[in-house]
Design a protein around this ligand. Structure first.
Ligand code: HEM
Ligand code: HEM
Length: 292
């Protein structure tokens, strides 16, 4: 199987698993989770869905194991030299995101939406790690990398941009003027000395601008004799080239931002882990051993 086919199959599997698992729990459990705490005891599902019940406890254990697995697999793959050639780093990050998304969802149902005691600090730290993960993912994709995860230099990116444009123009010389106009239109200056918010705003604004210009360009191409597959090929190429150009401008700021981001993501993960371990020890010492 080609790498990209494998990747899309895995992404589809991850997405479906998250939707199906969450959907099933919501479908079967909503009537229980919506009840006020004092009435839950009388609900027929209380026995299985409470945090110590078969499912409720299981959600906590499987969810926590899923997070532990998601973090350790990725960190080992990324940091241990011996494993540095196992699979593609990008795919491992996607597995990290999958396991660390489904894990917190299961833990959320484990809590049955009761956030009391010291363990609620672990819960909110988990929420903070997931939220910072989403932000981190956004910054991560602004920094172009090779398939193995090493960051491209500005020169490599410029070369890549030139190559894409040259390939498209060579194959479709008639549209070279249009491409030049498109590039000029999107040539807005980027001030490297301004702050991070400026870079974020620039990124969002340029992304919207590129999207808009590309759709009008596509509409124009649709009126020509070009076949559909050729239009798709041109549009994909131009879109990649323009996006690379945008990312070249913000590369330095995004790398800096990503370094700061690591400082936020990791401590919340550690706080969650430490309190989770205490919570598990306390639970076991109270005799809650699930099915064991
Ligand atoms: C990050 C992971 C976890 C979080 C955030 C978490 C959070 C919670 C919360 C908020 C409660 C409800 C507390 C209350 O009744 O006010 C709870 C209950 C409980 N959790 Fe967890 N939990 C996690 C993982 C686990 C794991 C892995 C186990 C199993 C070893 C576990 C076992 C229990 C038990 C036995 C209870 C019931 C305690 C009682 O009713 O006295 N939890 N958990
Ligand atoms: C409870 C859930 C999560 C935990 C405990 C967790 C923990 C971690 C840890 C420990 C790292 C390694 C940090 C380092 O290498 O310095 C990491 C990296 C990362 N995580 Fe998470 N994470 C969670 C959820 C997420 C989610 C939901 C996303 C995205 C939506 C995400 C995106 C990332 C990204 C982009 C990286 C950086 C990869 C890199 O620099 O190579 N994480 N996470």
């Amino acid at each position: 199987m080609k790498n990209e086919t494998l990747r899309y199959s895995l992404l589809a599997f991850y997405t479906l698993t998250i939707i199906i698992v969450t959907g099933l729990i919501i479908y079967y459990g909503t009537s229980y989770y919506l009840l006020p705490l004092e009435e839950r005891f009388f609900h027929p599902l209380h026995k299985v869905l409470k945090p110590t019940g078969f499912w409720g406890h299981g959600f906590g254990i499987i969810g926590s194991l899923s997070m532990l697995l998601g973090v350790s697999i990725y960190m080992i793959r990324k940091r241990v030299k011996k494993f540095s050639r196992v699979g593609i780093l990008k795919y491992w990050l996607e597995l990290h995101i999958f396991l660390c998304t489904i894990g917190p969802i299961l833990v959320l149902f484990h809590t049955t939406f009761k956030f009391g005691g010291i363990v609620s600090v672990a819960f909110w730290s988990m929420v903070a790690v997931v939220a910072s993960g989403v932000i981190g993912r956004f910054i991560y994709v602004q920094i172009p990398r090779s398939i193995q995860g090493s960051v491209y230099s500005v020169n490599e990116l410029r070369e890549e941009h030139e190559n894409i444009i040259a390939t498209v123009v060579k194959r479709y010389p008639d549209i070279s003027d249009d491409i030049n106009k498109l590039e000029e239109k999107l040539q807005s200056d980027f001030d490297q000395d301004k702050n991070i918010f400026y870079a974020l705003l620039y990124t969002v604004r340029e992304a919207i601008l590129i999207k808009g210009s590309i759709s009008s360009f596509k509409a124009k191409l649709n009126k020509t004799d070009l076949a559909k597959f050729e239009i798709t090929r041109i549009i994909t190429g131009i879109k990649n080239a323009l996006t690379i150009k945008r990312k070249i401008n913000t590369l330095r700021v995004m790398q800096q931002l990503f370094n700061y981001w690591h400082v936020a993501h990791l401590p919340f993960a550690l706080i969650m882990l430490i309190i989770m371990i205490i919570h598990v020890i306390v639970s076991i010492s109270f005799g809650y051993t699930w099915i064991f």
